[in-house]
Write a protein that binds this ligand. Sequence first.
Ligand code: PEP
Ligand code: MN
Length: 339
Amino acid sequence: MIIILKENADSAQFEALKKWLTGQNVSLHISEGIQQTIIGLIGDTSHIDLDIIKQFDIVDDVKRIQEPFKNANRKFHPLDTVVEAGGVKIGGGGFTVIAGPCSVENEAQITAIAESVKKSGANMLRGGAFKPRTSPYSFQGLRAEGLRLLLEAKKITGLPIVTELMDLSQLDLFADVDVIQIGARNMQNFELLKQIGKCDKPILLKRGLANTYQELLMSAEYIMASGNKNVILCERGIRTFETYTRNTLDISAIPALKTLSHLPVIVDPSHAAGIARFVVPLSLAAAAAGADGIIVEVHNNPSCALCDGAQSITPPVFDDLMEKIRHILPFRCKLPQKD
Ligand code: PEP
Ligand code: MN
């Protein structure tokens, strides 16, 4: 971090600032020019609040030259992290496909979808048991029963399962779940992040509807700082001025997050588009742009789905998508080198 002082800074205020800074456990490198003085902070500055420094009258500007996230930062961990979940590897050059319905609805539904996506080559099964719905009157998920049915489908197909946890009180029910999803709406539920950071299960962390890359990485940092290093980042579309699609898939998030962080990055084309026929092209774009995988909503009867039917592709379309992905993978981008 560097602090640029105003011209002719008052010496008493300069001393007060230096005293405050040394109290933050960093050492100072002071460069006094003819016109301006610059203070360089050496050491871990991630806990220092820029806004407090700006409150000192003599400060002209403050800049971070290092990102405030350490655990998630590629600078401190140059190699890709590979997260292992139920025998499946995510990250490090492979392409992992997670597929399944938005919500678990009944035994026949989840079993049939699990069997068909497995046959098409999916690596993991998704399905919501606890659903974050905009309306309290919408289907809220089968909750504990949904988890039981997902575990049954796992037993039948051998596919590891990914499902969303919305509240810590549900954690005990997730003992046999392979990947815990933290949804977009909970991305900045910091208490939840701290607590799930204490468990050792892989966490699929979805980007919030209106959050920056840095905010997503700071949320990953919460989980990792509590001890759990198995974090998978997920770009699922963000709010923009466009209303034709449910959200806007930010393809830049793939190379950007992979430049900033060593964590695997997967893409959710279903919640990004909100429109089933866009899911194949967006999935292919994600694969081509270097994503470590996708999480896709598949339903055997989308028009009757209890949640997100409009964005759910059918098993035959999913089968076709898998075939297309296999053709794209040899040509996909590797992590772009920094200029
Ligand atoms: C989901 O995956 O079912 C979901 C609700 O996703 P998001 O949190 O990205 O909206
Ligand atoms: Mn959904």
